[in-house]
Design a binder for this molecule. Sequence first.
Ligand code: SAM
Length: 310
Amino acid sequence: MTKRPLPWRDAWEQALYADGGFFRRSRPAEHFRTSAHVGEFAGAMAELVRRSAAPTVVDLGAGGGELLAALRPLVGDAVELVGVELADRPTGLPASIGWLSTLPDHVDGLLIANEWLDNIPCDIVEVAGDGVIREVLVDPATGEETLGDPYDSPWLRDWWPVAEPGERAEVGAARDAAWSGAVSRVSGTAVAIDYGHTLADRPPFGTLRSYAAGREVDVIPDGSRDVTAHVAIDSVAAVTGGHTLRQREALSTLGLDASCPPIDLARSDPAGYLQKLAAAGEVGELIARGGLGDFWWLVTDTTGHGTLAP
Ligand SMILES: C[S@@+](CC[C@H](N)C(=O)[O-])C[C@H]1O[C@@H](n2cnc3c(N)ncnc32)[C@H](O)[C@@H]1O
């Protein structure tokens, strides 16, 4: 019988990834929309593939394979495309796209992880009324929280110091380790894309959230909903190296443009005009302030080519 309450990290891990867990039995697109679900995003990735001359693209946490399926016609058959995903291979995915449950030992080319790090479970801590930092425990069935043992770690002290009663932190050490482990396998470029924060703007009460069926819902690690928290992107960057930029800057560098097509085109080429208008709308969504445009890109070039260097 499961012991309750559990440390948040254990409850989170079970809720998302155990047999029957949220990501084992449902696809992200059934519950929320990511950049990978917006067609123009693949165009930017295709440009990144071209600039980095990547022979292989590996999408870590590939979800329903949407990004790779959209990339396939844009990059040509010579580029190997591989999804790495705990969930089963999606039906209907083009046969030329590989599908693995674990990351290969070596990635020669481009490694992409869009909204992967935010789903890596973290320890969660809170400053109790007496000023002691304690681990937060949670009942997986109800989401009810209690405070456990005192908690201290070098990561917490260095990257997310908390002191005032009620302040919380999501301890990102597991994410730093996960992404640096992935990047260490890459000869080429690794790009982690996620919502996040830096030391200058950590949210005092944390960012733990749940989503299901297109809505934000109560945070409960019961396997019926996503559990996610923003990424301390600066701590990840400190272990992997590389540089950070916002998604709107990255996409602009890769040639995406949200400008509307000239109105004259509506008369000379109505179909072309509508196509360009739809594309501009998608780019607008991908670069929106307060939305996907605020996402961080952490770009690490392990061979020193500098594909998206500032
Ligand atoms: C938020 S979804 C993002 C999906 C997709 N990248 C997108 O942007 O739409 C996170 C995905 O990562 C997968 N995942 C999490 N940990 C994983 C791991 N260690 N190996 C493979 N897939 C993993 C989950 O199953 C889930 O499909």
